[in-house]
Write a protein that binds this ligand. Sequence first.
Ligand SMILES: NC(=O)C1=CN([C@@H]2O[C@H](COP(=O)(O)OP(=O)(O)OC[C@H]3O[C@@H](n4cnc5c(N)ncnc54)[C@H](OP(=O)(O)O)[C@@H]3O)[C@@H](O)[C@H]2O)C=CC1
Ligand SMILES: N[C@@H](CC=O)C(=O)O
Length: 361
Amino acid sequence: MKTAPTTHVIQLGYGKVGAPLVHLAIENRARIERETGVHMQYAAVVRSSSVALGDDLALRAADRGASFDEWTQRAPGMTLDVLDPIFDRFGLPDATRYVLVDVTATAETGPLLLEALGMGIPVVTANKIPLAETPGWFEQARAASQQASTPFRYECTVGGSLPVISTLVDLMTTGDTIQRIVALPSSSLSCILGGFNRGLPLDAAIADAMRRGFAEPNPLTDLAGRDALRKIVILAKTMGLPTSIGDVDQEPLLDQDYPDFDAFQGNGMARLAARLTAARQPGMVTYYVGSTSADGTVTLGLRSFAQASVWGTLEPSENIFLFSTSRFGDLPVVVRGIGGGPILTASGVLADIIKAAQRQI
Ligand SMILES: NC(=O)C1=CN([C@@H]2O[C@H](COP(=O)(O)OP(=O)(O)OC[C@H]3O[C@@H](n4cnc5c(N)ncnc54)[C@H](OP(=O)(O)O)[C@@H]3O)[C@@H](O)[C@H]2O)C=CC1
Ligand SMILES: N[C@@H](CC=O)C(=O)O
């Protein structure tokens, strides 16, 4: 029987999403190979200052739960030096198949991901920051991917594991024209405002979003709408719009910048609760909603919808994306569901790794 070539996974990040990702990949390895022909091994897991090399380590990590202690100090910075020990051990990328996976929450990985794409190494990312916040990054990544047919997959940057980017790309590549996307893209804000809409106190709704793993490492990123903003920018860029983060007409959710979450608790929390209470109207639900239109208008802010509309049927933490297109006419294509959270996001990243290993762009 012909043996499938091995795809070596280099994973940046081993946090709330990264840890379950290793587990899912290892647990489902035989099934993945049987059903897709992709034989996957871990080459390395890289953290902020340490690295664990080799599939055997990843295997033992999966056996032992979420932590393993065989991390060694890694080269500082985020340049190709970080990957050198991996290439020394498993071979150079021209002779070895790799997929580079970013499940960190930092801009630091951006240059390395671009270098990898330039070397023909497929990139999978759930990290929105380089795509949305680093000027020109998304356009460079997409060009590098298209020029050499190197997969660049970022499904989980928007809507977690929901098929949002793939739906958008499929609509566009088959010649449909996207007129407008309206979206509730933040799982945290859906959880928080959905809970609040149903009468949960704001602090309890925020605690729920954090407990369920929706929040970013700094939860103020979600509460200030920055994470939702990143997602709307990624949708707009995927539509082919030249949108930068500063171009979005954003209604801020918080009354001021807070240095950290502790500083927000207390007065900040009370002021946000008062604002959301004031926005309440009988028979309506209020969410933090983004939209991106073909004419280049991109907006984000609090919007109220009739309880009797699809918005009134959303469960707290559900995302919804409504794509209005020329072909679909009056009835938009709708993608909705709970896509965020560590396990679901990890499953979406794993699906992207398999597609990248199959060279799906
Ligand atoms: N939670 C969710 O529902 C979803 C999350 N995402 C995205 O997934 C990503 C990961 O989120 P989450 O797991 O919660 O984040 P965590 O903060 O839990 O984990 C981040 C990981 O990145 C590592 N890291 C930080 N800087 C570097 C660096 N320079 N090089 C290598 N590793 C680094 C950290 O290392 P160390 O362990 O040393 O601290 C940590 O392991 C984020 O970008 C998030 O937006 C996307 C969709 C949904
Ligand atoms: N913090 C994000 C996680 C997924 O991207 C969110 O709340 O949606």
